[in-house]
Design a protein around this ligand. Structure first.
Ligand SMILES: Cc1cc2nc3c(=O)[nH]c(=O)nc-3n(C[C@H](O)[C@H](O)[C@H](O)COP(=O)(O)O)c2cc1C
Length: 489
């Protein structure tokens, strides 16, 4: 698979894509259709007759876990996490076979770097007059401040080091050549602008190989090139082509490319926008993006998404990040067993984690570590359970939290940065966060009375009942009783 078109062909072959030939309105109507598909596990949609546009619209390409895995070329997201982990295996190889294998891995790593090529299909059509009106940009929700480009790969450079960054930040169209760049205060693109002389060159790619698109949303540390990560996911390097009006490169196979600069001295009100929190993000000032060039493929396809009350397509992108990055987090927090950023928490609002507890206060240490870690630091509520509770089972976590927490002893409230979209915080991007230690309490963790054992039936009686089930004349044969929370690990 080389590009978005190969991906669309693959989706179609697998029965994962529906073509919609009926004329549809990019204002609200596509949202309502895509929302119904996202909420029901429906297919990706290719709208071929979009009002006011001569370009088809692709949406919901990442809408299910199955499609997310296919996009990243893996059978399971955890398997991909394990691949990432094996890359980080820094043990010196023992013996000839291990050394040869380590060399192979190094060669594989080197092959992921992006490759500069002279020509790219993304420049097949060069527009002498860059014009955002050429794109079928969706107005997603009734109270949105305008049309928004929602699935862009935004490229910029660190003005000090020259290191490339690619992030996914929505862009609000103002007119044919002006837009607003919604890179939030904690994001790398915003840092580039802060460190610049007031302007940064920016290139925006729309419609790429799905693993490349996903990489733009991945929370890689600043300085680590998302295109190398994309190369790793795709299993081949991303070919990049130079832009014509800015000193940046974009994936050569992109469907649409916007070139320009973001201007910190020209801030304008952005929003409102029906956001992935399920609420409208209020109007706030963001820097303008001025278009200096625009190119596209012949018969270009416009790739987009909608966000809104979960679950939406972006839930799958976020889940992929949770599973792929978990092994990396475990490298610094080895006692973290598993993590779940549940749907209801829209990522930044809630992290459920399990810990292999080794000393008093270990759960609280884990909370503090999470509040110090990249974008996870913005987690507004952290619930820590013991290692044998399955955090993917939200009900099991709730059972532990409701049972095991004494508010005075087990609740930690801290102040610090919160997500820019957090509307409950008293200040913009600053507020309080809460952690619940829902683990079994040990002596030495404050005042702890003898802790009760969970109720579990004896194996002997379970086996007996299994054996005799038919004799009881009962229809279904549940595997086991429901004595207490499910403990799976
Ligand atoms: C569909 C989608 C839309 C997003 N929109 C924004 C946005 O408008 N602003 C923003 O700062 N982050 C947005 N994000 C999250 C960023 O893409 C994500 O935090 C990414 O890691 C940022 O890259 P960076 O770490 O290089 O800054 C969005 C993510 C997705 C999946």
């Amino acid at each position: 698979m080389r590009d978005l078109r190969d991906w669309i062909a693959r989706l179609e072959r697998d029965g994962e894509l529906a073509r919609v030939g009926a004329r549809v309105d990019p204002r609200l109507e596509i949202t309502e259709i895509a929302d119904r598909m996202a909420k029901s596990g429906g297919p990706a949609l290719l709208f071929t007759d979009v009002e006011g546009a001569d370009m088809p619209v692709l949406i919901n390409q990442f809408g299910t876990e199955r499609r997310m895995c296919a996009a990243l070329g893996t059978d399971s997201l955890d398997a991909l996490g394990a691949r990432v982990e094996s890359l980080m295996d820094l043990q010196p190889p023992q013996g000839v076979v291990a050394k040869v294998r380590a060399l192979g891995r190094l060669r594989e790593l080197a092959s992921f770097s992006s490759k500069l090529v002279r020509e790219g299909t993304c420049q097949e059509v060069w527009l002498d007059e860059p014009d955002l009106d050429r794109l079928p940009i969706l107005t997603c929700w009734p109270d949105d401040g305008g049309p928004f480009i929602t699935l862009p790969l935004v490229f910029s450079r660190d003005p000090t080091t020259g290191a490339r960054n690619c992030g996914m930040y929505r862009i609000q169209k103002l007119d044919r050549r002006t837009a607003l760049m919604h890179w939030q205060i904690h994001k790398d693109g915003a840092a580039h602008l802060r460190d610049s002389q007031g302007r940064v060159p920016v290139a925006v790619a729309i419609g790429t190989h799905p693993a490349t698109t996903y990489s733009a949303s991945a929370p890689l540390p600043p300085g680590i090139d998302e295109m190398i990560f994309a190369g790793f996911l795709r299993g081949r390097s991303v070919e990049m082509v130079r832009c014509r009006t800015v000193d940046l490169e974009v994936p050569a196979e992109s469907e649409v490319v916007l070139e320009g600069y973001v201007d910190a001295t020209d801030l304008r009100p952005e929003g409102p926008f029906g956001d992935h929190t399920g609420f409208y993000t209020p109007v706030d000032d963001y820097p303008t993006f001025h278009l200096t060039g625009m190119s596209m493929r012949r018969d270009a396809i416009y790739a987009t998404t909608i966000v809104g009350p979960p679950p939406m397509e972006d839930f799958q992108l976020g889940k992929a990040t949770e599973r792929i990055f978990l092994p990396l987090i475990r490298m610094t927090l080895p006692d973290l067993v598993d993590m779940n950023l549940p749907l209801e928490g829209v990522f930044h609002n809630c992290a459920l984690v399990s810990v292999r507890k080794r000393y008093p206060g270990h759960a609280k240490k884990l909370m503090s570590a999470i509040w110090g870690l990249g974008l996870l630091s913005l987690s507004r509520c952290v619930v820590v359970v013991d290692h044998d509770v399955d955090v993917q089972d939200v009900s099991a976590v709730a059972f532990q939290a409701f049972s095991n927490v004494d508010a005075g002893r087990d609740m930690l409230v801290v102040e610090g940065p919160v997500d820019a979209l957090d509307h409950a915080a008293p200040y913009f991007a600053y507020g309080s966060k809460v952690g619940f230690d829902a683990t079994r309490k040990w002596p030495g963790e404050g005042v702890v009375r003898p802790w009760p054992d969970p109720i579990v039936m004896s194996d002997e009686v379970r086996r007996l009942v299994d054996r005799r089930w038919a004799e009881y004349g009962l229809r279904a044969a549940p595997q086991e009783g429901t004595s207490g929370p499910r403990r799976t690990r």
